[in-house]
Design a protein around this ligand. Structure first.
Ligand code: WT7
Length: 661
């Protein structure tokens, strides 16, 4: 720690402890042929709206817009005012019309190993049939359709069919309970639910239909349930059920898309956050499609003719909406889509798929990367991953050690890693390196993309100086921004636009390093207050993960009579750690290691060795539950846990917990 830290820290909003000096220049060849070069930052800064108007030209508009942005009633934005376009036409038809009908849109792979290849021409036929079926079932422009499907081709087909007729889709992740599904159906007043008998997960058929039956028992808005036969397992049938195979298959393969207003609601996606009722994040058509197409092109350097792109997310999350469906299809990309889990039938399944389809661009989450680190380097080493050229990360701060592992063991040391910061609310990537421009720093999301305004501010909304920490804010409206929370404008204003006047509050802690580059430091609700210092969970976790014997770590602040809060860490050792990873010596070694890396202030009071960490279904660590453990309380609400047995596993470890004062 430098002198300035010691003296000014108590006034700082968030401490800046971690120093990282590794740099990775873009590969020369990639830099030379990159889609976006350094000059674009300046060009966009000179005239932001002209830049976005230029990006909107990536799309085919049925009617040109009159005005790029209407921001006369903030925070309610209108982008490309007066413009008209159809999202499904832009994602499908126009590629076929341009002679690219035979190009593969999706190489789909089921978990049991069955495959389907959908060209753009195939996709057009399927989307048209589904659109005609929706119309036959009474769905009209402006209606809402809930989609509760596994990762099968009918999922993007259903979304595009909705977009084609102007129905607003609300995709609900297939792992959610009947209660969660019912709340979301009710909130959006969905007229139709599209589901399947089930899907394949971890080597067996996993039913979905019974959950839908339970959910719609009490949802008067739902007229029909459209069911895809995927697993062939028997399901209970009710009068409102119709089979996809009966209704969709017999439809005409022709359908004329109807142009939609640029601000027509494209979809609602619910985000739960930490408290309260889920928020229905509303995205509209023109601005959303512009920014997902633009960023998919710039951040991944997509060359649609030669690249094979794979985003491993589930389409039930925004990552899948923007970077499996709308962005890649708008750009005419060829993508891989995979139904199942990474360890079925073996722990090398993903690397096998990269080898099989010669994937060139791969986009995944830090939680997956840390899991692969835990499973061992030898697993990816058994596969030829030499087709890869760009790697992406999203969902959480990526620890420097995980970044370097990803770069080395998946990227063969030659692929740039783009750490992309964004949210369900932002709709598209906001802060990220550009693979042909940026000298990457492991752990940093770096800079706002061209045309985006982001900053780090203190409690009073003043930008922090380089080297300082605070709150990440967005300083300008952006095309793919949420337009509101469905049915609750007031909550929209209160949640995002009230903390700082005129700025969008993202809820994330961040710092600017000496070069002014941005590092994300975790949710501000998780920041720990230790002896007057605001310490980021991310920095302490990254320090722990940098220890060669640590695979994963989660850190929380527990109430402490002396220091307000004290740092308590939960650590999963690496599979190959060896030795006594539960003993006093190892725990002391880890505590000293953190103190050496970040300074004595960040030394954990207590470290617990655990077999697993509690995570949400999208892979985010649930620190709230770990705080309950650290403070010896009963465990709170676990309904959003991906695996409900994890807290029992952790509780079992408690009697053996080692602590030092
Ligand atoms: C929150 C948004 C964006 C799609 C997936 C998650 C965290 C996301 C990063 C990153 C640090 C990140 C933030 C953000 N987050 N990407 N690259 N570095 N943190 O969407 O579920 O709406 O979550 O995820 O905390 O606010 P989401």
């Amino acid at each position: 720690m430098s002198q300035s830290h010691e003296t000014s820290q108590s006034q700082e909003t968030l401490s800046n402890l971690l120093q990282e000096t590794r740099r990775f220049e873009p590969p020369a060849e990639l830099a030379a042929s990159a889609n976006v070069k350094a000059g674009t930052y300046e060009e966009a800064a000179r005239d932001r709206l002209a830049y976005w108007a230029g990006q909107a030209e990536r799309l085919s508009w049925s009617r040109p817009w009159d005005e790029v942005l209407d921001w006369t009633d903030p925070p309610f934005a209108k982008w490309f005012v007066g413009g008209e376009l159809n999202a499904a036409y832009n994602c499908v038809d126009r590629h076929v019309e341009a002679g690219r009908g035979a190009k593969v849109a999706y190489h789909w792979e089921g978990e049991p190993g069955d495959t389907r290849t959908l060209t753009y021409a195939d996709l057009r036929r399927e989307v048209n049939k589904a659109a005609n079926a929706l119309l036959e079932l009474g769905v009209r422009k402006g209606d809402r359709v809930a989609i509760y499907l596994p990762m099968i081709p009918e999922l993007p087909i259903s979304m595009l069919a909705c977009a084609r007729i102007g129905a607003t889709h609300s995709v609900v992740f297939g792992g959610f309970s009947a209660d969660a599904l019912r709340t979301r159906i009710d909130d959006a007043q969905a007229r139709l639910v599209i589901t399947a008998d089930g899907g394949y997960r971890r080597g067996k058929a996993s039913a979905l239909k019974p959950t839908v039956d339970a959910a719609v028992a009490d949802t008067p808005s739902v007229e029909h349930v459209l069911v895809v036969r995927r697993t062939g397992e028997e399901v209970a049938e009710t009068e409102r059920d119709v089979w996809w195979q009966d209704v969709v298959e017999r439809q005409s393969t022709e359908h004329t898309p109807e142009p939609m207003d640029a601000e027509h609601p494209l979809y609602i996606l619910y985000t739960s956050g930490t408290t309260g009722k889920p928020k229905g994040i509303l995205h509209t058509t023109g601005g959303y499609l512009t920014q997902v197409a633009s960023t998919h092109h710039s951040v991944f350097d997509l060359k649609p003719e030669t690249d094979v792109y794979w985003c491993s997310a589930d389409i039930g999350w925004v990552t899948g909406h923007s970077y499996i469906v709308y962005g890649p299809l708008a750009n005419g990309a060829t993508s891989v889509m995979y139904e199942g889990t990474p360890d079925t039938p073996h722990k090398g399944r993903w690397w096998e798929l990269i080898e099989k389809y010669k994937v060139t661009i791969f986009y995944t989450a830090p939680t997956a990367i840390r899991t692969f680190m835990k499973w061992g380097d030898d697993i990816p080493a058994q596969h030829d991953l030499s087709s890869l050229r760009v790697l992406g990360s999203v969902g959480e701060p990526i620890n420097p050690e995980a970044y370097v592992w990803y770069r080395e063991h998946i990227g063969g040391g030659r692929c740039p890693v783009v750490d992309t910061w964004w949210q369900t609310e932002t709709g598209a990537i906001m802060v990220s390196p550009l693979p042909g421009v940026t000298a990457g720093k492991p752990g940093a999301a770096m800079r706002p993309l061209p045309g985006i305004g982001a900053d780090v501010v203190d409690d009073e909304a003043n930008p922090v100086p380089n080297g300082g920490g605070g709150f990440l804010v967005l300083t300008e409206p952006w095309p793919s921004m949420l337009r509101t929370i469905w049915g609750d404008d007031e909550r929209y204003v209160k949640t995002y636009w009230s903390r700082f006047d005129g700025l969008y509050f993202a809820g994330d802690g961040a710092k600017k390093d000496e070069d002014g580059d941005i590092w994300l430091l975790g949710r501000v609700d998780d920041v720990m207050l230790v002896s007057g210092h605001n310490i980021s969970t991310t920095e302490v976790e990254s320090a722990l993960v940098a220890h060669p014997k640590v695979a994963e770590a989660a850190v929380v602040g527990a109430t402490d009579p002396l220091t307000t809060q004290a740092i308590v860490a939960f650590v999963i050792p690496r599979g190959d750690a060896g030795g006594d990873v539960e003993g006093e010596d190892f725990l002391r070694e880890l505590r000293e290691h953190v103190a050496r890396t970040l300074g004595p202030i960040a030394k954990p009071r207590q470290i617990m060795i655990v077999p697993e960490l509690p995570k949400t279904r999208s892979g985010k660590i649930m620190r709230r539950l770990l705080r309950d453990v650290a403070e010896n309380r009963g465990i709170g609400d676990v309904t959003t846990l991906a695996d409900s047995t994890v807290m029992d596993l952790i509780a079992e470890k408690l009697p053996g917990t080692k602590s030092e004062g």
